[in-house]
Design a protein around this ligand. Sequence first.
Ligand code: FAD
Length: 562
Amino acid sequence: AVQTHGNVDFVVVGGGTAGCVLANRLSADPSKHVVMLEPGPSPVGSVKVAAPVALTKLFHSSWDWKFASDPTRATAGRAVHLARGRALGGSSAFNALLYHRGSAQDFDEWGLPGWSSEHWLAAFCAVERQRRPELAKSVYHGTDGPVSVEDARYENPLSSAFVQASLQAGMKENPDFNDWSTDQAGVGRFQLQTRRGRRAHAAATHLRPALRRRNLQVRSGCSVTRVILNESGEATGVEFVDKHGNKQIIDVSGGEVIMCAGAISTPHLLMLSGIGPRAELEKHGIPVLFDVPGVGANLADHPAVANGYSIRERMSITDEMFIAKGILSPARLLQWLVRGSGPLSTTGCDFGGFVRTDTSKALPDLQLRFVPGLGTSPDGVSSYRDIGRSGQLRSGVTFQSVGIRPQARGSIRLRSRDPFEPPLVEPGFASSSADVKTLREGIRLARKIASQPAFKDIIVTEEWPGAGLQTDEELDEYISRTLHSANAIAGSCKMGVPEDPMAVVDLELRVRGTTNLRVVDASVFPTMPGGQLGASTFALAERASSIILGGAETTTPSLGLA
Ligand code: FAD
């Protein structure tokens, strides 16, 4: 028999980055009963999640949804691994921790009332607790929020050589990539969402402080299978399967459902609930409640490729971490446990830069991430997994080129009407010649940096792509053979004005045609703010909470931003 629960004000579907923020903010009022449903477990207490460097061990593990792209010719027939966090905290419990917001222009270009860069800045600052003293004084940073942002507490000499070589190659230094009064371009130190070298994920920053509230019920091990709606667009129930495999329904009549299942699972669940492109739903025999063509469309991700170099001396991050193959240095472990510093306190890519590969571009299209280590293959994701499994000890450096403002768009479609069968995900990788050009120029820029005096006595050989590949055609073939995801995945239920036929949610994040169903996760970004998306998702959920609670007009007018 199906168990039914009632008297709920808010059901939060998905306990990920956005879900944890909402669970906290919405349950602050003790009169509101909030239930959050999440398939994954709590990461609190897991060293693999807490230690940034252990990110390599999370790929392909039980913390990973292990999605894959639909193979296309543009990726040489390969299914590209698409990692997503399966835990309370979601992908914030699994990401590379880089703290980037893109540029003010990214948000202003949307032209969406209530969502200008000024509104976003207020939300970014409300979430942030900036630890670098010089930045804490800046109007572009927050100091009282729950998410700690700090510099990596480890610096490999190879990273210093990278910065020096980049300057020698003509790049300028950028001390703060999130200062919107200056150009995002330049090279330098990325900041991380960590607290004294430990991962600051949403289950720790937002959920843990709220767990004692009697009006908040967090249910892990529960997979939502659909939202039940009536013909007037009211969500009346949320159907889910609990950890024992039992089907249950939460009655939400009079309350609200907030979809926070992420940019792959949210459109999937909407389609299973009868909201999506008519033809797609009919193909799978799902009754169409609302024909919303934008559900699953507009999907974007960051494509990435890598240059790898062997080096003369054993000075990579893995050389510092392991005393023998797969055996972690006790001194390094102790350093992290006691002081929160050393190689275990970084995800390994905390130096890099932003670049316009073409001077006509208004904003940088390329992010270069420098890793003081060499993977097992040019596929960054496979390398992470292999290092995690074997603790390999090859010395070298990697430059990862990431297309941060991609042109390509793809889609999420149904494979079947079975909620436990993953959807078809096609991010459109390498389908845009502009995106391929960005990556190609990234490979060439990495080569230029690697050949500067600062690396002269360090770098030995270009392992990949390899000196033999030089022409556009050769590099493009390398790109299609080795392109991987830099884990952004967004846009599949975009926010927009009513006149936009492809908009899925309105400016208050309500799903078209419905009255009490919203989406608050990375699905709603119309385009990706140029940088990683974790910080923007925290800020989105912060602002969404204010909108839902009715106190949204928090701006920072003194800045005079557009
Ligand atoms: P998520 O945080 O993924 O949350 C979605 C939640 O919904 C998950 O907990 C999931 O288990 C749950 N869910 C799924 N299906 C269901 C269902 N049927 N029922 C109920 N719940 C469900 N961002 C950065 O800022 N910096 C980085 O360095 C960075 N690196 C990354 C590296 C990796 C490997 C990954 C995976 C991501 C990275 N990101 C990074 C991206 C960033 O983490 C995400 O953009 C952001 O966390 C997305 O938040 P979200 O709330 O939309 O989704």
